[in-house]
Design a protein around this ligand. Structure first.
Ligand code: ZN
Length: 169
């Protein structure tokens, strides 16, 4: 029997290892998708399911929407990646990874871990050194201000365009 009240705290509990800093500029911290999936499988087992809701590849960008289920609860994670000189396959990989990450993020998974970086001052960095997790472009000063205002906004987004509305509460 799937008990959401019991399982959710276990899903979003702190990971045992610290998330690695994976970006060359060191300003964008995230948790590897494998960790989320491992956590989901371990805690939820057969109650964890995912489904590709949208997969669009154009000449210039890749867009992916992954729906993540725990029991009968679901959230959609969006991934968007412009095709750059790394090529289409690379953009597909990145868009899928981002869609997964955003999907798990909407269950607050990893928040405990990402707060480590928040404390280390992502909110105090100059906006141009912080990159939106949706579109990968640098933030504006107003986005950084918004991160101070909305506690749920733990990873950087452009507030007016890219941030999921449920985080702006
Ligand atoms: Zn953005």
């Amino acid at each position: 029997m799937w008990n959401w009240q019991e399982m959710w705290p276990r899903l979003k509990a702190k990971f045992e290892r610290q998330p690695a800093a994976q970006r060359e500029n060191n300003s964008r911290q995230f948790i590897p998708v494998e960790w989320y999936e491992n956590r989901a499988n371990t805690i939820a087992g057969e109650h964890y399911k995912k489904e590709i809701r949208e997969y669009q590849v154009t000449e210039t960008f890749v867009k992916v929407v992954i729906r993540i289920y725990f029991g009968d609860t679901f959230r959609d994670g969006y991934g968007f990646c412009e095709i750059d000189n790394l090529g289409t396959a690379n953009a597909v990989d990145r868009a899928f990874a981002e869609a997964h990450r955003n999907g798990f993020d909407s269950y607050e998974m990893g928040w405990e871990d990402l707060r480590i970086y928040e404390k280390k001052g992502i909110r105090d960095k100059p906006a141009e050194e912080v990159f939106c997790v949706k579109c990968s472009k640098p933030l504006d000063a107003e986005d950084i201000e918004a991160m101070k205002k909305y506690p749920r906004l733990v990873v950087p987004y452009h507030v007016g365009t890219c941030a999921p509305p449920h985080l702006l509460k």
